[in-house]
Design a protein around this ligand. Structure first.
Ligand code: SDX
Length: 427
């Protein structure tokens, strides 16, 4: 295999080193391209452009492979719990029992959120979208934790990381409770990490807290499945904001805003709204398949397609199976599950989708489980953010520890040539 690549242009030849990844992914290292040739590359959406070398997550879109630090998503979803996976993503190894216990204790020590944060939450109308509330509250955390802003040592980063792992679930629960008009709870340090999240979110003020293993296990698995996904839109946002040394909380707040988009994490909400719309329209899936294929119709089959996966999203397989199990265990029937399965079957047999390698992605079935757990549709992307938090943190930490340069892409200017200013009275 060649260790260099040559670009030939205008009779000149330029040579570049080739980088080969762990799984033999090949990249042409063009760090010296402009210095050598004055030329840049152009790749809207970065469909062919690697932004970094990373040791955290590996995807093979053609084979439908997803691994966190080398462990398959199937094994982790089956055998690990979310806090264990968070530790693995952030620090690179599965923790020993003592390491995990210490990580959890350090998190518990930071799980109280300044009461004045409630005043910021109260300033939002109940109609505010929870993703906007969560992004704002996450950014507001900076004001109450100034020592977590300009961090550069591993120790300072660790302190900022455990603060965020502790306070973010409280903000998620408060965002839900605010929407529901329920009192804001701090949870209970005696509980497991995900069990505590479930209690903060679901405990009714007038009822004793009763542990529901089906809910906790479903939540834990969904959070694991969403925990990281290499250089997706929101993670790339976290990295580029973090590359200016804006600090962890600000970087995560930016990532939340990027995730909100319906083409990205907002798709899980859009899927349920789409399925509800099809149900309300008599369940005519063929009509919506036609709309999805009509270039003149902006409608897309939400929860389908992926920038990287050109095969089944392995997470979608696991979530689809879990949806049947969780609804069965909870004794819930949801007509939109049948509509989703019907749409999936039709799409997988339709030439338009087959030609474009469009398969169900992580967002296609997740909302059906969230709904069965009693989570409102507008909170689905907040749940995605809760799961993705350790992945964002891991990617931010890797970028900072590697002293990556500030992210600043080039452009090709296609605007006006130089021209002279004209006074307004002469225009
Ligand atoms: C997530 O990147 C990640 O890793 C993201 C994520 C993560 O864990 O972080 O996996 C989470 O964001 C999953 C994706 C959730 N989004 C949706 O479900 C929204 C619906 N999907 C699409 O909008 C789309 O598939 C994207 C945005 C996911 C991917 O878009 P791309 O890679 O830019 O592909 P494209 O828009 O260029 O589409 C290629 C072709 C086009 O048709 P042609 O112009 O070639 O004729 O496929 C068509 C598109 O029109 N197409 C769809 C479609 N998705 C793509 N047509 C109908 N319905 C769709 N859903």
């Amino acid at each position: 295999m060649s260790t260099t690549a040559t670009l030939e242009y205008n009779g000149e030849k330029y040579e570049f080193p080739v980088t080969v990844g762990t799984e033999n992914e090949i990249a042409i290292d063009i760090k010296t391209l402009r210095a050598q040739s004055g030329i840049i590359t152009l790749d809207p959406g970065y469909k062919n452009t690697g932004s970094c070398e990373s040791a955290i997550t590996y995807l093979d879109g053609e084979k439908g492979i997803l691994r966190y630090r080398g462990y398959t998503i199937e094994e982790l979803a089956e055998k690990a719990d979310f806090l264990e996976v968070a530790y693995l993503l952030i620090f690179g190894e599965l923790p020993t029992r003592d390491q995990l216990d210490k990580f959890h204790e350090d998190i518990k020590d930071q799980s109280v959120v300044d009461e004045d944060m409630k005043k910021i939450l109260d300033s939002f109308p109940k109609s505010a979208h929870p993703m906007g509330v969560l992004a704002s509250l996450t950014s507001a955390l900076i004001a109450f934790n100034p020592s977590s802003v300009n961090v550069s040592s591993e120790e300072e980063m660790y302190r900022a990381i455990v603060k965020l792992m502790a306070k973010f679930p409280v903000l998620v629960a408060w965002t839900l409770r605010k929407k529901e008009g329920m009192p804001l709870d701090y949870g209970d340090d005696a509980l497991g990490y995900v069990e505590n999240i479930a209690k903060m979110m679901f405990k009714k003020p007038n009822k004793e807290y009763r542990k529901n293993d089906v809910v906790i296990n479903a939540l834990d698995k969904l959070l694991i499945l969403h925990a990281d996904h290499e250089q997706n839109c929101s993670t790339s946002t976290v990295r580029i904001v973090g590359s200016s040394h804006a600090g962890l909380f600000a970087s995560i707040s930016a990532g939340i805003s990027a995730l909100w988009g319906p083409l990205h994490g907002g798709a899980n909400q859009a899927v349920i709204e789409m399925l509800e719309g099809i149900k309300a329209d008599g369940g005519d899936t063929k009509k919506y398949m036609a709309k999805a294929k009509d270039k003149n119709d902006p409608f897309r089959l939400m929860g389908f397609g992926h920038r990287v996966y050109k095969n089944f999203d392995p997470r979608a397989r696991i979530i689809k199976k879990a949806a049947d199990e969780v609804l069965g265990d909870l004794g819930v029937t949801d007509p939109v599950l049948g509509i989703a399965k019907g749409l999936e079957k039709e799409a997988l047999e339709d030439q338009y989708f087959v030609d474009r390698k469009l398969y169900p992605n992580v967002d296609f079935y997740s909302g059906i489980i969230y709904r069965a757990l009693g989570i409102p549709t507008e909170m689905f992307t907040v749940m995605f953010a809760l799961g993705r938090l350790p992945g964002w943190i891991a990617q931010w930490r890797e970028m900072r520890l590697r002293n990556e340069p500030i992210g600043r892409p080039r452009q090709v200017y296609v605007g006006e040539n130089k021209r002279t200013f004209i006074d307004i009275d002469k225009r």
